[in-house]
Ligand binder design. Structure first.
Ligand SMILES: [Mn+2]
Length: 313
């Protein structure tokens, strides 16, 4: 990474991550952009964002994100994205650029000239933080808040099974660098739009429990966004609501898309590897949290997932 930093002076630099970036993709990309800026290196930060960013991430310096990008770059840095197809509309510019570095914690990224990967890391911001430390780089409070956001969201507030002592060690160091934990927590977990809360009660009412697989399923339809007057990007938290059901091992939330297909979010407590299940639909993620897309209807998709769980029981 040392070489990389010295090599990129006077080069055109693009920083990106997966489509509709979450707290980890945004946090790592923005932290890196801010760090380059401190070294006097300009960069473009851009993502394929379908509607808008969820407002619960607007504590991050999102003003650095631009839609104005070149056709090609000397250097591209991709964060939190294991497969180039997940770059969405930025896939072409990334793949046609001269040198691509992938920083990630997904298994086996399928692209990139240089990969800085640890599939055991809790977040991409953790992989990046290790690199910052190796280089003894100056981390200010804004960078610390970006890194902390990825750490908090990808560990579910230090609760998922990927939370270990290194996670707390990093959180502790980020606090010393001035990370604003209260700001992050209040924006992501401590506040909810009232309309989103009303949709949540509907989604709870729809919960179906399949006891033989310890699976809970619920769904969101396109018509719900209009009915509850809430944009789709404000509803990412719903999977965390349904996974609360006691004795459930796996939670599945199906969200209808504009083209009538469904996007599925899967969460597992412990025994079941949902990354494996998502991959049978061409999706991916991690053992405890994964996602996929499908053209199946709710019932057929649920049946498939139940069969996949049975195979792991
Ligand atoms: Mn991540």
């Amino acid at each position: 990474m040392n070489n990389l930093l010295s090599e990129i002076k006077d080069k055109s630099v693009l920083i990106t991550g997966h489509i509709n970036p979450d707290g980890d993709a945004l946090g790592s990309a923005l932290a890196f952009a801010l760090l380059l800026k401190k070294q006097g290196i300009a960069s473009d930060v851009s993502f394929d964002i379908k509607n808008a960013l969820p407002t619960n991430l607007n504590h991050l310096p999102i003003e650095f994100i631009t839609e104005n990008i070149k056709e090609k770059y000397d250097k591209v840095y991709v964060f939190d994205c294991g497969n180039s197809s997940r770059l969405g509309s930025l896939e072409n510019v990334v793949l046609s650029s001269n040198h691509v570095t992938v920083v990630d914690h997904h298994i086996n990224p399928t692209f990139g000239d240089l990969q800085i990967i640890d599939s055991k890391a809790a977040s991409t911001t953790q992989v990046l933080f290790r690199e910052f430390k190796k280089l003894n780089l100056d981390i200010d409070s804004t960078i610390a808040t970006c890194l902390m956001t990825g750490l908090i969201t990808d560990t579910g507030r230090f609760q998922y099974s990927n939370t270990n002592s290194e996670v707390f060690q990093m959180a502790s160091e980020l606090m010393n660098y001035g990370a604003n934990l209260t700001l992050i927590s209040e924006n992501i977990y401590g506040t909810l739009d009232l309309n989103a809360m009303k949709l949540q009660s509907e989604v709870v009412n729809r919960i179906n429990v399949f006891e033989s697989e310890n699976l809970v399923v619920s769904f969101v339809l396109q018509s719900d966004y209009e009915r509850f007057n809430i944009p789709a990007e404000e509803t990412d938290f719903l999977i965390d609501t349904i996974r609360l059901v006691k004795n459930s091992e796996v939670a599945l939330l199906l969200k209808e898309q504009e083209d009538k297909s469904f996007k599925g979010s899967l969460r597992s407590r412990k025994r079941i590897d949902v990354q494996k299940i998502a991959s049978t639909f061409g999706g991916g993620g991690h053992k405890a949290a994964s996602g996929f897309s499908t053209n199946l209807d709710i019932e057929s998709c649920t049946t498939e997932i139940r069969n996949e769980i049975k195979q792991q029981l």
